[in-house]
Design a protein around this ligand. Structure first.
Ligand SMILES: Cc1cc2nc3c(=O)[nH]c(=O)nc-3n(C[C@H](O)[C@H](O)[C@H](O)COP(=O)(O)O)c2cc1C
Length: 282
């Protein structure tokens, strides 16, 4: 069994590295072969929004380091992602990579693989979106996420002082291997408010009659009992969360695919209308 460690921090031997390496040691102890890559060592170009990549056998046409990252993920049974919180969310390199995952998400290339997420952060209350990009990344790619853990560590390399944190990271690595071995996708970290992505972000819908988990697109209603806020999600809505395989298929078939016909049908008219913008500030 192979576990791939991916770090989303530029800082060598920083907190993401330390926690990730400790988790990989746990995975290795549990019997896995391990490898580590730094996303910042790869050239990851922005998605060019080509769109037609979805319809072509060769997929994305951009030649850069991303193909090698996908190959490494493809050769692994599980991924341990360690990505620090920078300005309330993940470092930008993860978003850059995730945008490039469209073809693989659509094809379900990695669906059913396993992952866990480690997030070092410095300031309590400054991590509201830190799990958002990891959740979208593993959500679109169809991974089972076993752990999502945040670690409160500030200065360069200070994670080494956080003994409970180190012990936790080690355990997370071992449990990821066990989950793959048992083919058991049960979530093992602290639960969040959304039973799918386990995050705490809830959005109030404009009609003010319902709330939703913005990541999973699942609606529910807000309840307050004995001063305690809760959200009750409709089980049918939970089954149809944004990254579910069938929902993804329907999104492609009824939303993206028909847009191609419209795009081709209106091409000539668009050429005319766009002239004004092409010549302006050219
Ligand atoms: C540009 C920048 C922005 C940051 N923003 C946040 C933040 O919004 N919330 C937070 O808790 N920590 C923030 N931090 C602190 C890091 O998350 C923290 O130091 C982490 O341990 C760094 O991990 P690393 O050593 O792997 O890079 C920020 C750090 C930097 C450099």
């Amino acid at each position: 069994m192979k576990v791939l460690g991916m770090t989303g921090s530029y800082r060598r031997n920083g907190n993401s590295d330390i926690l990730l390496k400790e988790a990989l040691m746990g995975a290795e102890k549990a019997g896995a072969e391990v490898e580590i890559i730094r996303l910042t060592d790869y050239q990851i170009q922005a998605c060019q929004g080509f769109g037609l990549c979805l319809f072509r056998a060769e997929g994305c046409h951009i030649e850069d380091g991303v193909k090698e990252i996908w190959t490494k993920i493809g050769e692994s049974d599980a991924v341990l992602l360690s990505v620090p919180c920078y300005f309330l969310e993940s470092t930008a390199i993860l978003k850059q990579l995730l945008d490039r995952g469209w073809v693989l998400a659509h094809r379900g290339t990695f669906r059913g693989k396993y992952a866990s997420v480690l997030v070092p952060y410095a300031t309590r209350g400054w991590i509201p979106y830190a799990m958002l990009q990891p959740n979208i990344f593993f959500g679109i790619l169809g991974f089972h996420v076993i752990h999502r853990a945040a670690f409160n560590v500030q200065g360069l390399g200070e994670a080494v002082h956080d003994e409970p944190g180190i012990e936790k990271a080690h355990r997370i690595g071992g449990e990821l291997v066990q989950a793959v071995r048992d083919q058991d996708p049960t979530y093992r970290s602290e639960p969040g408010i959304c039973p799918i992505c386990q995050d705490w972000n809830i959005r109030i819908l404009q009609d003010r009659k319902a709330v939703e988990c913005p990541t999973c697109g699942v609606r529910g209603s807000l309840t307050i009992e004995n001063g305690e806020i809760d959200v009750s999600f409709d089980p049918k809505a939970l089954a149809e969360y944004r990254f579910d395989r069938e929902v993804g298929y329907n999104h492609f078939t009824y939303h993206i695919k028909p847009s191609k016909d419209y795009f081709l049908r209106t091409r000539e008219e668009r050429k005319e209308r766009v002239k004004k913008y092409k010549s302006y500030l050219a």
